[in-house]
Each structure stands twice: as C-alpha cells, then as structure tokens.
Design a protein around this ligand. Sequence first.
Ligand code: AN7
Length: 353
Amino acid sequence: MSWEGVIRQYKKYLSVTKKTPVITLYEGNTPLLPATTLSREIHPDLDIYLKYEGMNPTGSFKDRGMTMAISKAVEAGAKAVMCASTGNTSASAAAYAARSGMKSFVLVPHNSIALGKLAQAAMHGAHILAIRGNFDDALKFVLQITEKYPVTLVNSLNPFRIEGQKSGAFEICDVLKKAPDYHAIPVGNAGNITAYWAGYLDYFNDKKISSLPKMIGFQAAGAAPIVLGKPVADPHTIATAIKIGNPASWKSAEQAAKDSHGLIDSVTDEEIIEAYQMLASLEGVFCEPASAASVAGVIKKAKAGYFQKGEKKTVVCILTGHGLKDPERAIDVSAKPIVIDANLEAIISQLGL
Ligand code: AN7
C-alpha cells in the first residue's frame, strides 16, 4: 500500500471520522537510520538509531501534528489558523493552511528564527508578524487572540497536534517491532516528548509492544526551565527552535520522564554544536542545531556512566528538523570554501592528492 500520510495510516489511534477532511502532504514514514559509526564513538553497547524528521514535507516533525490540527480545523469550519513559533510550527502551519485554503497568521520572535523557516512561512502566504519579544511572549498573545477571535490555535496546546505527533512513536515501533530502550528527544515547548510518550502508551495498551522506553529529554542549557524548576525569563541558545523559557506542556513532559523512569536534562550550546557536526560528518545526516540536542544528550549521559556496560540497548534519537532550515549556522561552524583562480594547476595544488 502506498503511504498517504499519518492520518490515513494511523486513523485507528486518532480522533478522525469518515467525515473528517484529510489535509495532508503525505507526512510521516520518515527514515529510522542505524547510526553505526556514531554508536561506536559513543558507547560500545548502544545501538543508536536516528529518526530523521527533517524528511517530512516541510522539513520538521511539526507536519505530523499539523495534518491533524488543520484537518480538524477545516472539519469545524474554521477560516483561519494562528500560532506562535520559533520557526518550524509557522512553516508547517503556513503550508498546511495553504493546502486547505485557510488563512494563517504567525507570530515569531524578531531576529530569532532561522532563515529557511521564515522563507517557508512567507512562501506559503502566512501573515507574519515578527514581535520585539521572545517566543514565550508570542505564545501569550496568540492564546489571548485565539480565545477571543474566530481563529484556531495550532500550537501544540491544540490537542490534535499532540495526537498527530504520536505517529512518530508508532512508526518507530512498527520498524523495530518493539519499543526502543531509550527515547532521546530535544525539549522546547515540550509537546513532542508528551506526544511520543502518549504514542508509546497507545501501542503498549493495544499490545503492539510489550515494553516502554525511558524518555530522556534535553533542553538547551540557556533555555532549561524544566531542569531548573522555574521559568527562564530571557532564554538564550544557538538552537533557536528550542529557545523557550516557559514551555506550554511542562507538566506533561515531566510526567512522561517520571512515568517512563527517564529524565530531562540540559546540554550546552558547545555540546549541541559538537553533536550537530558529528551527525553530519560521521553519519551523513544533516539536522538543525536543536535536533542535535538529542544526540548531545546521549553523549553527555554516556560519558557520565548513565548507560550500563555489557548489555545491548537500543536508543532512538529524534532529529526533529532538517539542517537546511538554518543554513547560516551550518556555514558559521564549517570550513569556508577556498576561493581560487580558474586554473588547473592552482586547483590541483590545493587538493593534496
Ligand atoms: C527542530 O516551531 O516550538 O518540545 O514554534 O522546531 O515539542 O516544542 C519548535 C520546536 C525541537 C522542540 N526541535 O519541540 C516552534 C517550536 C525542533 C523544533 C523542538 C522544536 P517541542
């Protein structure tokens, strides 16, 4: 059977009926890549897999939830949707809204979202407001507006977003034929860790899997309210996607970590950049900086002796967004091209062959 998106694939687990219009870009079915070189580098007993969510239609995991949120909004007769965003939600909302014929409004922090994401929202015709404030401010305004005006909220406080995002967990279990031992994931607004845990629980309750993973979530050190136990008024990190000081799904993220016997920890920008470069250079997988927080977290925990030696364990790291979302960061951390005359000898002399 051909793949026609997460709603058609997993409707049994979703709040859809025959009457629900399916607005889809055929999202989901993303690669679960074995990372053999990285595993060898990190820990002798870990089998690390990369769930490459950058391969979704708009380049991030947000599409899984957006197909649900937009389909349900259309079903309810909505004419417009709105979100606050660090970038990826706005790109996805704009694309799915365009496909459905609805208007989209997005509120983003000025000068703080990656170039590719802004380009996407603009191309899909979103009405973009860049506020002089941060994501947390933006979300506050969006909640006030969507409560009062005929505009549907499509941030992950919309329960259909979380529902759709459960599909990532289903896919992992469908491929592995079991749940992983550890599920490593970046944490920003904390919707995705909440969704994955709900997805694993659905499969567990449906007897599709017989064990549950430990959920291990990682915030950026400069934006780690859950780790610190209090909101961060002025979050900072190069991983702009997770530059969030007061996550909407804080409580459910903590619950997921606790119920799964996992944890939520933080990783520094240096650790994030190191993992970001390792993924690209050792595995050929280009993700955005925020995504690399999952791998950075596994590296940190391996160094600290968190994973026992002598027992093979499966770890799935969610790589939430594509590297091309943030070309400026990639160029910034990489070797610059050598500019050279159009001359064969000059070129050869540079190659060191
Ligand atoms: C690449 O787009 O919050 O913990 O507004 O884009 O579910 O918030 C993005 C979040 C991780 C964190 N990785 O997920 C937004 C937004 C990437 C992201 C996260 C985001 P959540």
